[in-house]
Every structure is written in C-alpha cells, then in structure tokens.
Ligand binder design. Structure first.
Ligand SMILES: [Zn+2]
Ligand SMILES: [Zn+2]
Length: 337
C-alpha cells in the first residue's frame, strides 16, 4: 500500500494544500490571517486553475493533449531530479554575498518596490541570456517547446534552469542589498504571478487586461513571448513589471491581426518528451562537433541560437529586422517604441 500513500502524498504536494489542510484540521482559523496562513491559501490557486483550465479544455473540446502530456512527464521527471539544487544555490549565494552588500533593505513598502525592481532586473538578465546564449537556451528551450498555451506550461522547465535562474536573480538582489526575507516574499509573489501568466485561451480568451496591461506584464504579453512569429520573437522578458523591457527595447504588445504561433523555430516533435527536454542539447552538440576549429566550436556554445560558422545566421534579431524591412510601408504593424 506504500505506492498508494506515495501517490496520495504526490497529489497533495502538487495541489499545494498540505499547509491549509493542517490549519483546517487544527481548527485554529485565525492562522489564516498570518503570513504563513495567507501563503497557504494562495499557493493552491495555480494548481486549482490548472485543473479548471484542463476541464474547460475538455468541455470546449480543445484539450491540447500534447502539451498536457509532455508537461506532465516533465513535472514527474523534475520531481525526481534536482529539486533541491535551487534551494542549495540560493542559501549558498546569500551566505557568500550578503556580507559584502553595501547596505541592507528592511521590510517596508518602499524597500519592497525597490526590491521588486531589482528582482525584475535579475529576472530580465537571466531570461535575456536564456534566449541569447546558446548554452543557456539549452536550459530554457524546454519551456518554449509547447505549441499551445495553458497553465501546465508553467511546469515545463529543464531541471537545471531553476538553479541557473536563481543564481543570477539571487546574486543581483543580494549584491544590491535586498535582504533575504524580502527576497523570499518577492520570490513567492513572482512565482505565483509567473505561473498565472501562462493561463491559456480556454480560461481567459483576451488577456490584455485593458489599462492594467500598460503597467503590468499580462498573460497577453507572455503569450507574445512564447510566440515564434518574427514580430514577437525574443520580446517581453520581464515577469510582472515590464519596465526593463521598455528600458532595453524588447517590449512588444500583442497585435490583433497577427495570431500567435506558439513554439520554437527548430523542426521538432513537441509531443516527444526526449525532444522537448534534450533536443536543443543534442542540436548544439552536433553543431559543435561539425564546426571547424576551436574558436567556432566555442562560438556555437556562447553565440545566440541561429548563429552559424558559415555566416548564414538565423538569429531572432536578424529574423525580426528582416521582418520589419519587408513590412515597412506595407502593414499597419507598429514598431515597438
Ligand atoms: Zn523565454
Ligand atoms: Zn513562459
């Protein structure tokens, strides 16, 4: 019966209801007014929405089976490998870098805003390099493989991506004085919002959220980020505040006349777990092996995806520039400002 117990524990773990369940059983409902209590209530929101979205998909007969199947396998695989690596990295970085930070924030509203802007900067860096450095793209591409959008995409990550992302984000935050308590609070909010922006059309059709979308990164912005259309490629790297996309010129709104095509540009089988998880690593290894000379081999590892030693580059930047050239004067497409 051990197997049943394990499955039960895994389901409770996935739903994130263990803490709330404990509070309910203890009968001390006032605990829901504490920070831990609030977290216990917010945490199950995303898993609940995932199930709701899946149900709506079945009702609308748009089940997106391929995406759910592969993302479920990724979730299971990641449960077995590397789930503690991120936590270990974060603890190690805090211990190493906190003593050399020039100052420390406290838990006030204005330091919260400061911390969030700093965190978004760290997030922008990790995410931008995840798209622009081929080695890091190997870690990030699993997240971009799904050819439909729904909340299960939130679980589609290569197991080393978390440690890579958290190393950069934590380093930036700690060096700029964000205290660990504030960092964990921001991580929690960011993780919840970062999951929600993957909500699909089965749950929310138009996710631009009107005026709110001017200030906050909406699911619509993130749908654009997951698109492989030339106009949309490599834009909207932020997570909740899109200030850094505006600063660095990577901000792009969803254009009604350009329907989003989800996925990556490499020919691949998005229903095949091995291709989704290891496909980019295999492709990079092949390019490195066939590249002449050590310099070209190293360049394949660190140049953007699409770089070629033959000079026939197909990077997102070039594809996008070409698109603008072709469209100039022809279409109503507005260049991002
Ligand atoms: Zn991305
Ligand atoms: Zn995403």
């Amino acid at each position: 019966m051990e197997i049943l117990e394990t499955i039960y524990d895994e389901i409770i773990g996935f739903l994130g209801i263990a803490q709330a369940w404990e509070i309910l059983q203890s009968g001390d409902f006032s605990a829901f007014r504490t920070y831990d209590g609030i977290v216990a209530l917010i945490y199950p929101l995303i898993p609940f929405l995932v199930l709701l979205e899946l149900t709506m998909g079945l009702l609308y007969k748009k089940p997106q089976t391929k995406v759910y199947k592969v993302n479920f396998l990724i979730y299971i695989f990641n449960r077995f490998v590397g789930r503690f690596i991120s936590i270990a990295m974060i603890t190690w970085i805090i211990g190493l870098l906190q003593p050399i930070a020039p100052f420390q924030t406290s838990l006030t509203w204005y330091w919260f805003i400061y911390g969030y802007i700093v965190w978004e900067f760290g997030h922008f860096l990790y995410h931008y390099w995840g798209h622009k450095v081929r080695l890091f793209w190997c870690l990030h591409s699993t997240h971009h493989a799904p050819e439909d959008m729904n909340l299960s995409v939130t679980y589609a990550h290569f197991f080393l991506e978390g440690p890579y992302a958290d190393t950069i984000r934590t380093t930036v935050c700690i060096l700029l004085g964000v205290q660990p308590e504030l960092l964990f609070l921001i991580m929690f909010i960011d993780g919840t919002w970062g999951a929600f922006i993957h909500v699909g059309e089965n749950l929310i059709k138009d996710a631009r959220f009107g005026i709110v979308g001017k200030y906050i990164l909406t699911p619509s912005h993130h749908r654009v980020h997951h698109a492989r259309n030339p106009l949309y490629m490599d834009t909207n790297f932020c997570n909740l505040l899109n200030i850094w996309d505006r600063v660095f010129g990577t901000y792009q709104e969803e254009q009604k006349e350009i329907k989003i095509e989800y996925g990556i540009t490499r020919q691949m089988d998005s229903g095949n777990f091995l291709d989704v998880y290891f496909g980019e690593i295999v492709a990079l290894a092949k390019d490195v092996v066939k590249a002449p000379g050590i310099v070209n081999k190293i360049k394949y590892i660190f140049m953007p995806p699409g770089w070629s030693h033959l000079g026939k580059h197909e990077t997102a930047k070039l594809v996008r520039e070409q698109y603008f050239k072709e469209m100039d004067g022809k279409a109503k497409v507005v260049k991002p400002t």
